[in-house]
Design a protein. Structure first.
Length: 430
């Protein structure tokens, strides 16, 4: 990028887009000092020009339809901060790359779904597609994998990848409050979507990030296979309390690894030891652990939710482009990235924490233990907590290691049992 003056467009003025716009405006001198380039914001776009915002927008550079920016302005770099996996998000990124405009985005849903196609487009047009902010907020994990660990052979990446879920689980433990009340608090603080936080809570957000990490760490195309994905919506404070008594904490983990040349990706709540590193990452913090050779194990930790952390990563991508680094979006040429072979999740194994809410009557526990025996799952520990007022009881079972297909058969059998009055809660031990 030879031109000293760089024209920038920002598409999307939600929490992150608004914060980013302010960063771009207030840090122009710092950016010029570090890159030798002068930036100018020449176009902005959002759904509503007249929406009340904390800052005054320059209406002379406002475009309701972001595609009109490409037609009417000379743009060097475009920030897509809308957040859709398809629709206008995909269209503006695709159109920008085709018009030889560098793109920076925090949009993990877009990259997880269309990253292969868009990266190929960026390579073809010799521009950058940067998405550091799509995974783990302000932690520079993607750049660390692409550049800092470029000559290592990586075989496992895992960690806490959703700040919203981590905040909720940490706050429930700290305050002894219900999931519902802590979620409301998270929404009021801006850690969870005020309208529909489903994609955070059901594990999809973390899973999109795992797919991006897999592709970068293992030099593969983005996996399309349906994999294990569970969220935290069914957890209650009593699960956190019981886990604590057993010297565990509950964390939503994203895990990806190569086993015998095959890719195994999953996201689910896990019981982790209280004295482990990952067990002590609390609040909105994210943590990513990378294992490889010859580096061994490295850990990166930082804020994973909020506009500040996201904007930090977006600005990092901007400076990388301004310094003239045209890079492969996924670290190596698209043609060298092979389709991953999927690992058979049914043959994976782990111990289980099972919480069952049952009718308090004779013979129920023996029915349950028989179902475990039928599925060849042995019991390590049983805890019974009676509730005489409701004529019910909580039965908590910790199992020995069992194959995933046997665990799922067991869960399906338990769901059909008339003496179990609520959906069983299953948490894997990590």
């Amino acid at each position: 990028m030879i031109n000293k003056k760089i024209n920038i467009a920002v598409v999307g003025l939600g929490q992150v887009g608004s914060y980013l716009l302010n960063e771009l405006n207030t840090k122009k001198k710092d950016i010029e000092l570090k890159t030798g380039k002068k930036i100018e914001i020449v176009a902005i776009s959002a759904k509503n020009k007249n929406k009340k915002r904390k800052f005054k927008i320059n209406k002379s550079i406002f475009f309701k339809n972001p595609i009109d920016i490409i037609k009417n302005k000379k743009i060097n770099i475009l920030f897509e901060v809308i957040g859709q996996s398809d629709g206008v998000s995909k269209k503006i990124v695709e159109t920008s790359l085709k018009n030889k405009i560098h793109v920076v985005t925090p949009n993990k849903a877009l990259i997880a779904k269309h990253g292969d196609y868009l990266s190929k487009l960026a390579e073809k047009n010799k521009v950058n597609l940067e998405f550091e902010a799509s995974v783990a907020g302000g932690i520079p994990i993607l750049r660390t994998i692409k550049e800092g660990l470029a000559t290592n052979k990586l075989f496992k990446v895992y960690g806490i990848l959703n700040g919203t879920c981590n905040y909720i689980l940490s706050e429930m433990e700290k305050t002894k409050d219900s999931f519902k009340n802590v979620l409301k608090k998270a929404q009021s603080l801006g850690y969870a979507e005020p309208g529909n936080p489903k994609l955070d809570l059901n594990g999809y957000d973390a899973f999109a990030k795992i797919r991006i990490l897999s592709s970068l760490a293992f030099n593969k195309k983005i996996s399309k296979k349906k994999c294990l994905m569970e969220g935290i919506e069914n957890l209650e404070y009593k699960d956190i309390e019981i886990a604590s008594q057993l010297n565990f904490r509950i964390k939503l983990l994203g895990i990806t690894e190569i086993i015998n040349g095959k890719l195994f990706e999953r996201v689910y709540p896990s019981l982790v030891k209280k004295d482990s590193y990952i067990g002590n990452v609390n609040g909105v913090m994210n943590a990513v652990i990378v294992e490889g050779k010859p580096v061994g194990e490295i850990v990166l930790q930082g804020e994973g939710a909020g506009p500040g952390a996201t904007s930090s990563a977006l600005m990092s991508d901007l400076l990388s482009i301004l310094r003239g680094n045209i890079k492969y979006p996924f670290g190596i040429p698209d043609i060298k990235r092979k389709k991953p072979l999927p690992y058979n999740e049914k043959i994976s194994s782990h111990s289980l924490y099972l919480r069952l809410e049952v009718k308090d009557k004779p013979g129920v526990l023996s029915e349950i233990t028989k179902l475990l025996a039928n599925n060849k799952i042995s019991i390590e520990r049983v805890i019974q907590i009676p509730d005489h007022k409701r004529k019910s009881a909580s039965i908590v079972i910790i199992t020995h290691r069992a194959l995933e297909n046997r665990s799922q058969n067991l869960i399906n059998s338990l769901k059909r049992n008339n003496n179990i009055i609520k959906k069983p809660v299953q948490i894997r031990l990590f």
